[in-house]
Ligand binder design. Structure first.
Ligand code: V47
Ligand code: SF4
Length: 371
């Protein structure tokens, strides 16, 4: 769609002005971001977000070959939205040993995967050296496997438990083999809303400090938002604004990943879930607002394969990876696909079916193969 058609598709002078700015490559303000959420008709938002997406990536759509290790679901916190956490001895709790986790890695010895994503609960007895030992052993076994591990919430605890400052701890983990940090634990940065949904865990300032320090010491990372619970649009914009400001300083974020609140088996079940229309609106505004984070990920195990396909026209250019049924976070929170697993052929087909170009990437978006 060309500029004129998109601008004509809205009657609002305010939205026309925002569209002009986006077409000129100018940054939009927080007020304009809120106006897009509140007043933008879905087709208008999609066209604008798709313009940005295609300007950055054309028709390219990225995925990788990865699997997850979730070391434990024992956690000192009790986030209201979490369906996954257990206490010691409770039914459904798990704690894998270092040997068990290494065996999980070895199961992929003859497979062309490029990334292991390690994330779990905040276990009270495990510190930086415990996890560092796992990283070291994985690297010794498979040096080229990229290790993307630990949310800022896990990092804060394991680093403090080992008696290090954040910077010292991150440097130490890098020496052990940490390559990058996933985006989890960000949830929602607004203080009041964060207090209500996950009051006990790492504060917004700590989350941001850990990611900023990681970037400073050469560890890239991702960022998430948990949306669709009790937050308002202004809180989503505030969240993205803080990320945009940090990214201006460091350039260390690769990908932004909106995570839709899923309602099963947690304390916020009564809220229900937002619609698919809302998911698409959120992807589109995220793509338009976050002008300095290169990629926008539609995490297929969470939104499902069909919404993922549609999201590719609402700003999304990355759909995560094969996953191989190795994560429990979303199945325990009630997503339709209880065994998330797609082989490379199915991921490629999913992308080709909506006329985009599948690109297998590594974690840092180097192209591995064009299909
Ligand atoms: O921080 C927990 C979320 C996150 C629920 O960096 C929930 O590439 C929805 O961060 N409904 C962890 N979400 C997962 C994560 C992630 C996922 C995929 C890719 C990457 C990446 C990172 O899962 C937590 C929390 O925000 N979460 N419970 C729930 N009921
Ligand atoms: Fe623990 Fe993470 Fe669940 Fe919060 S979301 S209770 S930090 S496992």
């Amino acid at each position: 769609m060309n500029l004129e058609t998109i601008i004509q598709s809205t009657v609002s002078a305010e939205l026309k002005n925002i569209a002009q700015k986006v077409f000129k490559g100018q940054r939009i303000t927080q007020e304009e971001g809120i106006a897009l959420y509140e007043k933008g008709e879905l087709g208008f938002l999609g066209s604008l977000a798709n313009f940005v997406r295609e300007k950055l990536h054309g028709n390219k759509t990225y995925f990788n070959r990865n699997f997850h290790i979730e070391p434990t679901n024992i956690c000192i916190y009790n986030c209201e939205f979490c369906s996954y956490k257990r206490n010691f001895g409770e039914e459904g709790a798990w704690e894998f040993s270092v040997d068990e986790m290494l065996d999980m890695v070895k199961e992929y010895d003859d497979k062309a995967i490029t990334e292991v994503h390690i994330v779990g609960g905040v276990h009270p007895k495990r510190d930086l050296h415990y996890y560092g030992n796992i990283l070291k052993q994985i690297k010794a076994h498979r040096p080229n496997l990229h290790i993307k591990a630990f949310t800022a919430v896990e990092l804060e605890f394991m680093i403090k438990k080992a008696g290090y400052s954040i910077e010292e701890g991150l440097i130490k983990l890098k020496e052990y083999g940490l390559d990058s940090i996933p985006g989890g634990g960000a949830e929602i940065f607004n203080k009041e809303i964060r207090e209500e949904v996950c009051g006990a865990k790492s504060t917004t300032d700590i989350w941001l400090e850990i990611h900023e320090t990681a970037h400073k010491v050469g560890i890239p990372s991702n960022a998430t938002i948990l949306y669709g619970h009790i937050e308002a649009y202004k809180h989503r914009i505030d969240h993205m604004n803080r990320l945009r400001e940090l990214q201006d300083r460091t350039g260390g974020f690769n990908t932004y990943i909106p995570l839709k609140f899923r309602k099963a088996n947690n304390h916020l079940s009564y809220l229900g879930e937002v619609s698919t229309e809302e998911d698409l609106r959120n992807y589109a505004v995220s793509r338009i607002f976050l002008d300095n984070i290169p990629h926008l990920k539609g995490y297929w195990p969470m939104i499902g394969k069909q919404t993922t396909q549609i999201a590719l026209s609402f700003g999304v250019d990355d759909i995560d990876g094969t996953i191989d049924d190795t994560t429990k976070i979303y199945s325990m929170a009630g997503v339709e696909d209880q065994t998330p697993n797609m082989n490379t052929e199915s991921l490629v087909q999913l992308i080709k079916d909506v006329k985009r170009i599948p690109i297998e990437r590594d974690t840092l978006y180097n192209e591995v193969k064009i299909y």
